[in-house]
Design a protein around this ligand. Structure first.
Ligand SMILES: [Zn+2]
Length: 118
């Protein structure tokens, strides 16, 4: 019994130490330097995604010191609907579909469907 209450005391002491109260997450000090040489030090949770740029107190963009290169993910071009379509259909298939739709359109306008040479 005595041991249990002691452990409980210890736990509450730990939670008082942490800024966040109950859950304590490990932090890392991240350093940024702006073009004017100002250094900003910020504590980030180790689980947090650390930005490669931070706005300095002078308003300039401060760069992460010894940081990893900006993620490739960020520069990867976004997939368009067209890209996704191309993953499912080949160009000849799409041409055929387009031709079909155009024929329907022409018919609805009273035009004669064009004979395809292919
Ligand atoms: Zn600055």
């Amino acid at each position: 019994m005595a041991e249990r209450s002691l452990r409980g005391t210890n736990l509450s002491w730990l939670s008082f130490e942490s800024d966040e109260g109950v859950t304590f997450s490990e932090r890392t000090i991240t350093r940024y330097v702006c073009p004017d040489g100002h250094i900003s030090e910020l504590p980030f949770s180790v689980e947090a995604e650390i930005p490669s740029l931070w706005e300095c107190r002078c308003g300039l963009d401060a760069k992460l010191v010894d940081g990893p290169e900006p993620e490739v993910k960020a520069t990867k071009p976004q997939r368009t609907h067209w890209d996704m379509l191309l993953e499912r259909r080949s160009i000849p298939e799409l041409e055929e579909l387009l031709e079909e739709r155009l024929d329907l359109l022409r018919t609805s306008r009273g035009e004669k469907p064009r004979k395809r040479t292919a």
